[in-house]
Design a protein around this ligand. Structure first.
Ligand code: ADP
Length: 725
């Protein structure tokens, strides 16, 4: 190989090496550049990471501080809470679901007197054990075992009821336990000793106050009773003095004494009743009685004042409602007298209607009887309706002021009705009228419901004549329910035009233009011989009218249903209406009065003076029984308290004699006060009625008239009667 070749080859080798070098250098610088870039990027990242670390560090510091603060707060709150729990005087503890105590405040623990065993971890059942064994609790009537069992059972309830336990030292602790979620129980023990003691004191004070109030009422009751006895003397003597021929001036004084005395007696009786109710001394005395008769008795009493004012008294006793019940007739009559008396008192024209309804329930043997008294009087302003039931409360306005009264009547009636387990109400329109009502449950005394009375033979159509619509309606309904045809007329003239096909005329007495007696005259004059029944609120007055000769009968208005039906039975084809009420020779009514007190005999004798009767006294019960047999009285007035044999015994004897010989003489008891509590025995002894002292002439005369048998002469002539009425 030549040198040149060698040189060329060497040059080529060098060139190649130089190129390789250049290449490597280029690669190196590229790598260098890349490395530089990477280093720069890394540098950026490091800066960023450092910043982040710094932030995290700060954050960490803040969180640490806050956590510290929060922990501090929790600690404070916990400390405060516990401090509070410790401070409260009530016991506080909580237990886990295994009934182990987690913690308790010192008030809770103190009752265990520092016993070692009582500390967190102790079981509730162990606590109960400790309480009984150490005598911490007073288990009262329960044996310790039973007490623990009762307390454990209570504790196991999902939500135990609070319970009050008595501690050994007569402190009372009310335990309130609340189960939380997870079965934990928070237990609170309130010391309620003070309030228990307060309650005991309160109860004692209340009992004392009630006893004092009862004593006061009892005193009032006794006092009124005592005042009444001499007042009876004052009134009775004033009445007698009035009959001794006095000058006009003297008569005025005597009347004033009598009226004031009577007014005072009404007040005293009201106060007596009210205080008796308040003293809880008033008892009801249920017995069989006739409700319809009681209502009519009250009507009879009110009839004179109603007649004076020209008021009509009406009774609408539901035809299919029984009249025989078991109840306290005296008290029911008292309520009726108050409500009906008020209705008459506060009504100057129109009518007073007593409506009796009810549905008897033969299964229970009871009826809810509703009695409503409607009047067309002055009414009661709406804002006074509740007021009037209060004691001594009255409506005070111009119209009302002219009426006297105590304002106790409604308060007493309402309480009596409540005692009978009933209720009372009133509706009223000022200036139009009032409607007082009460509903009482009454046991049926006779389980048979009233029979439909048979329609008398030959009676089909009845003509009813009355100017008062309410009366026509009542009669129409009663007669129609019997199956009779009824034609109603509001005047005599109208009646005369409607006489075709009429079998009986039922006419009111007192009507404008043509009254019932004039109508009877006119009917006969027109050739009608139809029987005529006159309904009059003053029958003895009507009986003395020449027109009475045309009447089949005169009946006291309002007519009890039974009387009306009985009268209708007597009207038939056999009745000869041309020969009515033949005046037969009649004897005098025989009246016996048993009364031991001479003054009372004097008063009584004067009161019946002028009556066309045969009259004898018996000085005691024994004599009364003897005279009952020898004198054969038509009516007996019987004092209750008499020596040898009292009025009740005498009545029982008389009823025994009658049981053998037959008959039933009405006996009217004379009592100091119907409500004295001895009235239960009075009626049980066979006495039919009673009058309360002071005796009043109109009442005695009323009884004489009412009880006079048909075969005896009426006890009073027309003039006396009007005086009495
Ligand atoms: P007294 O009738 O003795 O005043 P009451 O308690 O019986 O007492 O009645 C209280 C008051 O109620 C009466 O004074 C009267 O103002 C009013 N009152 C009662 N009944 C009626 C009635 N039927 N019509 C109008 N007002 C009446």
């Amino acid at each position: 190989m030549s040198l040149a070749n060698k040189l060329a080859e060497e040059r080529r080798g060098r060139l190649a090496a130089e190129r390789l070098l250049e290449l490597k250098q280029a690669e190196l610088s590229a790598a260098n550049r890349k490395l530089g870039k990477h280093a720069a990027a890394l540098q950026g990242e490091i800066v960023e990471t450092r910043a982040e670390v710094a932030t995290v560090k700060t954050e960490n510091e803040r969180v640490k501080t806050e956590l510290g603060q929060a922990n501090q707060k929790v600690e404070i709150a916990e400390r405060r809470l516990w401090h509070s729990v410790q401070t409260i005087t009530d016991g506080f503890a909580f237990f886990n679901s295994d009934n182990q105590m987690i913690a308790a405040n010192s008030a809770y623990l103190v009752i265990f007197g520092g016993l070692e065993i009582v500390k967190p971890g102790v079981n509730y059942v162990t606590l109960l054990q400790v309480m009984t064994e150490e005598g911490i609790v007073n288990t009262g009537s329960l044996a310790p075992d039973d007490w623990r069992q009762m307390m454990t059972e209570r504790w196991m309830q999902p939500q135990p009821e609070p319970i009050t336990i008595r501690m050994w030292n007569d402190q009372y602790v009310k335990l309130v336990d609340r189960r939380g979620q997870g079965g934990d129980i928070v237990s609170l023990g309130h010391n309620i000793t003070e309030s228990v003691e307060y309650q005991i004191q309160l109860k004692a004070a209340r009992a004392e106050a009630e006893a004092a109030s009862r004593a006061k009422s009892a005193f009032l009751a006794n006092m009124s009773h005592e005042i009444r006895t001499p007042m009876n003397g004052v009134v009775g003597m004033a009445e007698l003095l009035g009959d001794t021929g006095l000058s006009e001036e003297q008569q005025l004084y005597v009347d004033t004494i009598k009226n004031s005395g009577e007014a005072l007696l009404v007040i005293i009786n009201d106060v007596l009743d009210y205080s008796k109710i308040e003293a809880q001394k008033l008892q009801l005395h249920p017995e069989p009685f006739d409700l319809e008769r009681s209502i009519h008795e009250v009507i009879m009493l009110l009839q004179p004042s109603a007649r004076d004012k020209n008021l009509t008294l009406l009774v609408d006793f539901d035809l299919f409602l029984p009249t025989a019940y078991i109840g306290d007739p005296g008290r029911i009559r008292q309520v009726l007298t108050n409500l009906m008396g008020n209705a008459v008192k506060f009504t100057s024209e129109g009518h007073v209607l007593v409506r009796v309804t009810g549905v008897p329930d033969p299964d229970s043997g009871q009826a809810d009887v509703t009695i409503v008294i409607e009047d067309t009087g002055i009414g009661i302003p709406e804002d006074k309706i509740d007021h009037i039931f209060g004691e001594f409360n009255q409506v005070e306005n111009e119209r009302n002021r002219q009426f006297d009264g105590t304002g106790l009547g409604l308060a007493i009636s309402q309480r009596l009705v409540a005692l009978m387990e009933g209720e009372m109400w009133v509706t009223s329109e000022d200036g139009v009228g009032s409607c007082f009502g009460f509903r009482i449950p009454l046991a049926l005394s006779d389980s048979d419901l009233p029979e439909h009375p048979p329609v008398p033979d030959g009676l089909r159509r009845v003509l009813v004549v009355d100017d008062i619509e309410a009366n026509r309606t009542i009669l129409r309904r009663q007669l129609e329910q019997m199956g009779l045809g009824v034609v109603c007329c509001s005047s005599g003239a109208e009646a005369l035009e409607n006489m075709t096909d009429i079998d009986l005329v039922l006419t009111d007495h007192n009507m404008p233009e043509m009254d019932g007696l004039e109508l009877a005259d006119a009917m006969r004059a027109a050739g009608h011989d139809t029987p005529i029944l006159l309904l009059s609120s003053n029958p003895s007055f009507a009986a003395n009218d020449p027109g009475a000769a045309h009447l089949h009968a005169i009946m006291q208005k309002p007519v009890p249903r039974a009387d009306l039906f009985a009268r209708l039975q007597s009207v038939g084809p056999l009745v000869d209406s041309q020969a009515p009420l033949a005046p037969v020779q009649r004897r005098k009514m025989r009246v016996l009065a048993a009364e031991d007190n001479k003054t009372n005999q004097l008063v009584f004798g004067k009161m019946v003076k002028g009556a066309e009767i045969e009259f004898v006294f018996a000085n005691n019960g024994l004599e009364a029984v003897e005279k009952f047999e020898s004198f054969k009285p038509d009516l007996i007035f019987m004092d209750i308290s008499m020596p040898k044999m009292d009025g009740k015994e005498a009545a029982t004897k008389i009823r025994e004699i009658e049981a053998k010989s037959g008959g039933h003489v009405p006996i009217v008891a004379l009592t100091a006060h119907a409500m004295d509590g001895d009235d239960q025995g009075i009626l049980a002894s066979g006495i039919d009625h009673y009058l309360t002292k002071p005796l009043r002439k109109p009442e005695i005369h009323g009884k004489l008239r009412e009880m006079c048998p048909e075969e005896a002469l009426p006890p009073f002539a027309e003039e006396d009667d009007r005086q009495a009425g």
